[in-house]
Design a protein around this ligand. Structure first.
Ligand SMILES: *Cc1c(COP(=O)(O)O)cnc(C)c1O
Length: 378
């Protein structure tokens, strides 16, 4: 293990990552391969170790990223992988797309032509269809019209169309209206694929499963499951259970720098928002919002100290925060505390933290800042 400053750090369990992948493989039918979504530095887990582990130890061949920089970074680690850019690449970088043998998501015939004009080696792509997410992709009233447009795109000189795909907006919901909405999205993309087949265009890939669909509506028709958040063991939506055994990969830790006893009526931290109502033992912890631990958790979040939950008191500072350790007499300077993860019988997940301040686990893990070293265990 590389030496690191014991101030604030994230522990990433590669063993849990491997376990999550094994579980996802079991969820998928034999006709579906995992496309590991490693955008945003592998959801904050650190793409280098994550990609290496996924490729070498889990046999993952397909990766998805958000942009060209991420794609080139993954290519550096995984020379043989298939790498799909889900988002936009400006056509002036078309040459890099082909040079690094990247697959680009294509959203229109116009965009595909612009890419081909800029590339010397030809462009590989999957065509993105907007079936209800309202974000990017071809948008048509019927699968027939959509298939006609895809077929036109297939005819563009220098372009190799290897698949079509779409993205679900509410696959993480079990309400009947939302299930119907996702059913309609799935029907649109599979019908488009079938129309293309009837026109004699047999594409290698048709994919629409994200993490939520992989968990709740797995389909053998999706050749790839673009699994993101469940790889890292978090919930697509906090209100729905995820399959047994999928557990968080990342823990977030820091240390106590000082413990002091403070009498009643004293102010803690900026703004004097917290005033002790009795004599309290207050510990200062070496992490703050510049580490990605949101200031919105001020006076709300909890931290584990010696397996006990301790409340954050007052405002979270840039590099430090204070907690009430009155009920943890053994707490002392130098102790390791857990902001995300397990300590004894207690556990705080990124999903729990997210719900405390009104966001999703995705944002919590992606938001752990660069200053926090990622330490890879097992
Ligand atoms: C981010 C993303 C995914 C992965 O989503 P999860 O909910 O993390 O599984 C899949 N497909 C597309 C197009 C995405 O942008």
């Amino acid at each position: 293990m590389k030496p690191y400053l014991k101030r604030a750090w994230a522990e990433v369990s590669l063993e849990q990552l491997r376990k999550n992948i094994r579980i996802i493989k079991e969820l998928n039918s034999p006709s579906t391969e995992i496309m590991a979504v490693v955008k945003a530095d592998a959801y904050g887990h650190g793409y280098e170790s994550v990609c290496r582990c996924l490729q070498e130890e889990c046999g993952i061949k397909y990766f998805a990223v958000s942009n060209l920089d991420e794609a080139i970074a993954v290519r550096g680690l995984c020379p043989k992988a298939e790498i799909l850019i889900l988002g936009y690449t400006p056509p002036e970088y078309a040459h890099e797309i082909s040079h690094y043998n990247i697959i680009q998501g294509v959203v229109s015939a116009e965009y595909a032509k612009a890419l081909c004009r800029g590339s010397r080696g030809g462009i590989r792509c999957h065509v993105k269809v907007d079936t209800g997410m309202g974000r990017i992709g071809l948008r048509y009233a019927s699968p027939r019209e959509c298939a006609e447009e895809v077929s036109e795109i297939c005819g563009i000189q220098g372009l190799s169309v290897e698949g079509i795909y779409t993205h679900f907006a509410v696959a993480d919901s079990d309400s009947p209206e939302n299930i119907a909405y996702t059913d309609a999205q799935e029907k649109f993309i599979t019908d488009t694929y079938d129309e293309l087949s009837e026109m004699g265009i047999k594409l290698q890939h048709l994919h629409f499963m994200n993490s939520a669909a992989t968990c709740y509506r797995n389909s053998s028709r999706s050749t790839l499951s673009r699994a993101g958040i469940i790889i890292y063991g978090l919930h697509p939506d906090i209100s729905l259970e995820i399959p047994q055994g999928l557990e968080p990969v990342m823990a977030l830790k820091a240390v106590i720098s000082q413990v002091k006893t403070v009498e009643a009526g004293q102010c803690i931290s900026y703004g004097r928002t917290f005033v002790t109502d009795r004599e309290m033992r207050i510990a200062t912890v070496t992490i703050g919002y510049a580490d990605g631990y949101s200031r919105l958790l001020s006076s709300k979040g909890e931290i584990l100290v010696h397996g006990k939950r301790c409340r954050i008191v007052g405002r979270i500072c840039m590099d430090q925060l204070m907690i009430d350790v009155s009920h943890v007499p053994e707490a002392e300077s130098g102790d390791i505390v857990t902001l995300i993860g397990r300590d004894g019988d207690e556990i705080i997940t990124a999903d729990e933290l997210a719900s405390v301040y009104g966001t999703i686990g995705y944002e919590v893990v992606c938001g752990i800042s660069k200053r926090v070293p990622r330490i890879y265990i097992d």
